[in-house]
Design a protein around this ligand. Structure first.
Ligand code: FES
Length: 124
């Protein structure tokens, strides 16, 4: 069964949508189920100033994305790169084993967005 935290984030997901003035975005697909996720980030002084997500995924994907945005907001890019799939699942008090793969999307999309931002700005 899902933890209270997973259900709460699923019912009231934080930071849903698209950031129109995003500095970077990362999109990943889940090879296990085919679901998709995009994370948008706005960066200021090397920190994630704002972050939003859009997902075509299951309830666990929505809850993990919501939690990932909360964990990442305000962190430096390097700190946010260290947020792992496991950190996200733990912050939600765990996920049912069959749903663990759903937590991959959010952390991976966040990392993609940060890597692409670093790539874009490395010569500035
Ligand atoms: Fe696809 Fe959960 S079943 S992300």
């Amino acid at each position: 069964m899902y933890s209270e935290k997973v259900l709460e984030h699923f019912k009231n997901p934080r930071n849903v949508g698209e950031l129109e003035d995003a500095d970077s975005e990362g999109t990943v697909g889940n090879p296990v189920c085919g679901d998709m996720m995009t994370m948008y980030i706005k960066v200021k002084d090397d920190r994630i100033e704002d972050i939003k997500f859009k997902t075509f995924g299951c309830g666990a994907a929505i809850a993990t994305s919501s939690m990932t945005t909360e964990l990442a907001k305000g962190k430096t890019l390097d700190e946010a790169l260290k947020i792992s799939r496991k950190d996200v699942a733990e912050a939600l008090d765990g996920l049912p084993p069959v749903k663990m793969h759903c937590s991959n999307l959010a952390a991976d999309a966040l990392h993609e967005a940060i890597k692409s931002y670093k790539e874009k700005t490395k010569n500035e």
